[in-house]
Design a protein around this ligand. Structure first.
Ligand code: ZN
Length: 361
């Protein structure tokens, strides 16, 4: 089966992707509504690895295609070795759901496993959920909850790869690669379609995905060039899958995989720091910033009337970014690798209170 996939739209963001979708155009007309927050009761709780008192199925894939009853006939709750639980459900009578749960529980994962549920579908259901020609797909909520549903087919003969790939999309839905409103070259992506931060820059070093405009993250990007698909396949690779399907790119190098693992262990989170103080006439102050991942840094200084400021950013004594502005409102911005930086603020004239807003995005 040739590799292809599709980022299906849910609201404004590409949120679900199908693995190996041959005829992506078929999906274009499928409407998916906002997920309902309600959880639905469990039909049966037999054969769980670690039975939980109230297993639930979240309507994360609400109104997808023509599936009328979104709660599978049977839902079982399973746990990973740390006791984090997740649901697997199916309408298929007698199916052994623990087989799927074991694969999911054995992935490289964190607490986000508790925000995923797996639907093991019939072939017909999978077409409804993922489109014709898709091997599997993922629905991710774009409400910031991180909830998602993996849809796979019971007939899938490559089920481990499918589950790992789709779990990669689930991780993408948790992690910030670029983040909202951040542009990097041609890329400006939804959180669920932007990979993860250290991985993104490691992949850039390996494959010049941005410098050579090799990837995109919009609905019009072909599957084989989609950034979230590259992330999902790199994640599957990190889990031991050696069947490499994205022929336009080389498989991930060790450094790329290490960056991905670092993102899972210590996710990058955008933050804003406000630095307030007073500066004497002709005086200077320094604030150290310890950045653990590549960061889009922007510092904006606001001064009282009569005070003129200069901002600059340095690393190991070397200037990384200077400021531009009137002196009363100064701004320094740079895309910087991980490291320790010194943000300096100098009075060019006058003394008094200042406020520097440091956006680490
Ligand atoms: Zn995919």
């Amino acid at each position: 089966m040739p590799p292809a996939c599709w980022a299906r739209r849910w609201g404004q963001a590409p949120l679900s992707r199908d693995r190996r979708l041959r005829r992506a155009a078929l999906l274009a007309g499928v409407a998916i509504t906002t997920p309902a927050a309600a959880t639905l009761p469990l039909a049966s709780a037999a054969r769980t690895l670690n039975p939980q008192p109230q297993p639930t199925w979240t309507a994360a894939a609400a109104a997808a295609a023509s599936i009328d009853d979104l709660t599978p006939a049977r839902v079982e709750r399973f746990a990973d070795k740390h006791g984090r639980t997740f649901a697997v459900g199916s309408d298929i009578a007698g199916i052994d759901l623990s087989r799927y749960a074991r694969i999911v529980a054995a992935t490289i994962h964190g607490d986000e496993i508790e925000r995923v549920q797996v639907l093991v579908a019939t072939d017909e259901q999978l077409v409804d959920l993922c489109g014709r020609g898709a091997a599997a797909c993922y629905y991710g909520a774009d409400d910031g909850s991180g909830w998602g549903q993996i849809n796979v087919a019971a007939s899938d003969r490559d089920i481990r790869h499918s589950l790992l790939h789709e779990y990669g999309h689930h991780l993408d839905n948790q992690l910030v690669g670029l983040g909202r409103g951040v542009r990097f070259g041609q890329l400006s992506c939804a959180v669920g379609a932007d990979g993860s931060r250290r991985w993104l820059f490691a992949r850039e070093r390996q494959s010049q995905i941005v410098a050579r405009r090799r990837v995109g993250c919009s609905a019009s990007t072909p599957w084989r060039r989609l950034l979230p698909e590259l992330f999902a396949e790199d994640y599957a690779y990190a889990n031991g899958i050696r069947e490499w399907e994205l022929r336009l790119f080389a498989p991930p190098r060790r450094a790329t995989l290490a960056a991905l693992r670092a993102d899972l262990a210590r996710p990058f989170r955008p933050r804003t720091v406000v630095w307030r103080g007073r500066v004497a006439a002709g005086g200077a102050l320094v604030r150290t910033l310890a950045l653990t991942a590549p960061t889009f840094l922007r510092a904006t200084a606001e001064a009282r009337r009569g005070l003129r400021l200069a901002l600059s950013l340095a690393r190991r004594g070397r200037r990384v970014a200077g400021a531009s502005g009137s002196g009363a409102s100064e701004r320094a911005a740079a895309l910087v690798p991980a490291g320790r930086y010194q943000l300096s603020l100098r009075s060019l004239g006058g003394s008094g209170a200042f406020r520097v807003r440091i956006e680490l995005r």
